[in-house]
Design a protein around this ligand. Structure first.
Ligand code: ADP
Length: 393
């Protein structure tokens, strides 16, 4: 049986069709600008590529378009779809693992909208559209937060009066769980050791960035908090910042708290420091000796280093550091700066291995060092795996 993986945004649907035993999808695509002018579907199956331009008014119409495209260009694989796995951003405290979707799950995802006001409504629209298009195929929700549900209370609770946790669910949840889980398992396979015996720090450095401390295969801490704003410096998010800055900036500049929130989420991080959230632009400017780019890189890497130090203390013993996502997989300079001068902690990069542009799981540390790995992430494949496992294919 094949698994269709669906990742729905407010105006987009990404999909990949997997044979769960295989790394590469049988077909994939992106439908963008749903409900806007100029909607288009980019579809790919094998070597065949297709672009369809058509006004798509909502997710349900979009899903019908995707179904038609899959049925036509990947008929055999399409006929074998036995499950649909949905990426759902926020499962709160309720969902600690993937779950088969029924009415009560839909209600619960809806109830979590206040915690993920941009993402959960879109995820729900995707689930409803898929249910309409595939009425007899079981659907599974795989939550970004679930892998971190194992965090102990001392790591997920904030030091504020308990009623704000009890009444308003203010606590740390963490995100990117599917990616951290995928790369941790891949790293263990690569090292030839059971995941349950390994302590790792995984660093997902994409547009959003987060670190996770994984003890014996289980997440015990992660850098994103109640929202994805906390933690590492990101493409457009500041990461950790004194919470008093919100009020101070609001009072000094006249910006409302909502505008300050936007500033910290959308106009900060690399974009705020340098003017672009694309690390490739920053690295080019860095090479030219641009001061703003140099500062952006050093703040970004210093923050990563601080989290590595903290998580080393949390874990007590470290068996691997894993870099993943766009920056983590590709930017040798960022890996080098983040791990600079950590020889005293047993962490030493091999400069030649670190520079290698290979796109596969690999070790980039020197012999004798705590292993440092680059592992290409594949959240869709992990969702397919978890969906197939839950449906017991
Ligand atoms: P998303 O969080 O959107 O999935 P990605 O994992 O695709 O993000 O990562 C996007 C980031 O990766 C961008 O900052 C981009 O500049 C960076 N990136 C992609 N390729 C490279 C590269 N070859 N060198 C440096 N950075 C890269």
């Amino acid at each position: 049986m094949n698994i269709l993986v669906i990742n729905t945004g407010s105006s987009s649907i990404k999909y990949q069709l997997f044979d769960p035993g295989e790394d590469e999808p049988l077909a994939s695509g992106l439908l963008e600008r749903i409900g806007e002018t100029g909607s288009r579907l980019l579809h790919r199956s094998g070597a065949e590529k297709k672009e369809i331009q058509k006004n798509i008014t909502d997710h349900e119409v979009g899903m019908q378009e995707i179904v038609a495209c899959l049925a036509e260009s990947a008929a055999e694989a399409f006929a074998r779809i036995g499950g649909i796995g949905h990426r759902v951003v926020h499962g709160g405290e309720l969902f600690r693992a993937p779950v088969k979707i029924d009415e009560s799950v839909l209600v619960a995802i809806e109830e979590h909208i206040p915690l993920a006001p941009l993402h959960n409504p879109a995820n729900l629209a995707g689930i409803r559209a898929a249910a309409a298009a595939f009425p007899s195929v079981p659907q599974v929700a795989v939550f970004d937060t679930a892998f971190h549900a194992s965090m102990p209370d001392h790591s997920y609770r904030y030091a504020i009066p308990p009623r704000y946790y009890q009444r308003y669910a203010v606590r740390r949840y963490g995100f990117h769980g599917t990616s951290h889980q995928f790369v941790a398992r891949r790293a263990a396979e690569y090292l030839g050791r059971p995941l349950t015996q390994l302590n790792m720090i995984t660093l997902h450095l994409g547009n959003g960035c987060s670190a996770a401390a994984i003890k014996h295969g289980v997440s015990v801490d992660t850098s994103m908090g109640m929202t994805p704003l906390e933690g590492l410096v990101m493409g457009t998010r500041s990461g950790d910042i004194d919470p008093a800055v919100h009020l101070y900036l609001s009072e000094r500049t006249g910006l409302t708290l909502v505008q300050v929130d936007r500033l910290l989420n959308k106009e900060s991080g690399l974009k705020g420091l340098y003017g672009s959230n694309d690390m490739r632009d920053i690295l080019q400017a860095y090479d030219r000796g641009d001061d703003a780019a140099k500062l952006a890189v050093s703040i970004y890497c210093y923050r990563i280093k601080k989290y590595i130090g903290a998580y080393l203390a949390v874990l007590g013993r470290l068996d691997a550091i894993v870099f993943t996502a766009g920056v983590g997989e590709n930017a040798a300079l960022i890996r080098r700066e983040s791990l600079g001068e950590l020889e005293g902690l047993g962490i030493v990069l091999d400069p030649v291995r670190n520079q290698s542009p290979e796109k596969v799981t690999r070790i980039i540390s020197a012999d004798g060092s705590v292993p440092v790995l680059v592992v290409p992430t594949n959240e869709e494949q992990e969702i397919a795996r978890q969906t197939a496992e839950l449906l017991a294919f």
